[in-house]
Design a protein. Structure first.
Length: 361
């Protein structure tokens, strides 16, 4: 049974220089977009009781609290449902956050990226560091007990010391969850055609990651997934649903979902989606081999548990350790044995794409 929902809110007032996500400045289409979103939900959602509901973007905080509530009311939820929204620090204030809390949102994820105001300007973020601090403190005062901050490392002009200073400030704020992403310049973003100066090289970026792992774990954060750290009992339930290879709905433009063994993707432009929110852009019926490879790929993202060998052997009628013995031996220094199977070490996480490519070959 599907227990998780992702909703894409594609609007942004401006594009960050590193961003290649599907987002648009067409705020005049917001009302039509919400109508299309409701139409898609009503057509596909089968009233399952949800464990998680997640609003991502874009900038979900461009929705009013009434618009959030209107969308949430379409779903079967209870007081155990984790309801997360991403927020941009500059687009929220005390009253707005209070209304989100009152309508049942119980987890917020703030796009901080760095506390360095000069770098924030370089990457075209609309907020400054004080706005992040104000948003966190407002949320805590209102009653939010599950707050996450996103950071990017490998930014222009950023040193290891600056990055660790960012994490120290985050820890001092008393938040429950931290996500770390290495800067990746992909085609379509501003930086792809305007390469910034003073970018840390790959080795420096790797050192930033390893130092962050050491620092955050020393402060009591669990390194539970390649890019994610949390205090005990504050893992992102929504993201764990993905990494456990469970099914989920994806609603909205460019959203992806997985239901009844079929992975699907929605229309890629707002206009196409508004015109027909029901028809998927891409559908793929999963073969048993597809499912096995995804179980391995997603399982290895979990740093504590890793891949569950017994579960895989039972589910796919294979002997995991025999089938992949050459890969396990080749990369033994980057893997560690867990009670369930195998997981990456921090250095293994740095070359995860290389290792996983061999499992998927």
């Amino acid at each position: 049974m599907v227990k998780s929902v992702y909703i894409h809110i594609p609007f942004c007032k401006s594009k960050c220089h590193y961003c290649s996500f599907v987002s648009f400045p067409a705020l005049e289409l917001k009302k039509d977009y919400i109508k299309a979103l409701e139409k898609e939900i009503n057509y596909n959602y089968e009233n399952e009781l949800l464990s998680t509901l997640y609003f991502g973007g874009g900038t979900p905080s461009l929705l009013t609290s009434d618009e959030f509530e209107k969308i949430i009311n379409h779903f079967n939820i209870n007081n155990k449902t984790e309801i997360t929204t991403e927020l941009n620090p500059e687009s929220v204030n005390y009253e707005y956050i209070r209304k989100l809390y009152e309508i049942g949102i119980n987890r917020i994820s703030l796009g901080c990226q760095t506390f360095d105001d000069k770098i924030l300007k370089l990457i075209n973020r609309r907020h400054n560091s004080s706005q992040v601090i104000q948003a966190v403190k407002a949320a805590q005062d209102i009653g939010f007990k599950n707050i996450s901050l996103d950071f990017i490392y490998g930014l222009p002009d950023q040193t290891i010391e600056m990055f660790i200073y960012d994490l120290k400030k985050a820890v001092e704020l008393g938040i429950q969850h931290i996500s770390l992403y290495g800067l990746s310049i992909e085609s379509g973003c501003y930086f792809s055609s305007h390469i910034p100066k003073n970018l840390p090289d790959d080795d420096k970026q790797a050192d930033m990651y390893l130092e962050a792992v050491e620092f955050l774990t020393s402060k009591g954060f669990e390194h539970y997934e390649i890019s994610n750290f949390s205090q005990a009992n504050y893992n992102s339930k929504h993201n764990l649903n993905y990494w456990n290879n469970e099914e989920y709905y994806g609603f909205g433009v460019s959203a992806h979902g997985y239901k009844n063994g079929i992975r699907y993707g929605n229309k890629e432009t707002i206009k196409d989606y508004i015109d027909n929110p029901i028809e998927h852009n891409v559908t793929k019926c999963e073969t048993l081999q597809d499912k096995l490879e995804e179980e391995i790929f997603l399982g290895f993202r979990k740093i504590i548990e890793g891949v569950n060998v017994d579960k895989i052997n039972s589910k796919y009628s294979i002997d995991f350790e025999n089938k992949y013995k050459n890969i396990l031996l080749k990369y033994s220094q980057f893997l560690r044995k867990t009670p369930q199977g195998y997981a990456f070490t921090p250095k293994g996480a740095l070359i995860s794409n290389t290792i996983l490519a061999e499992f998927l070959a």
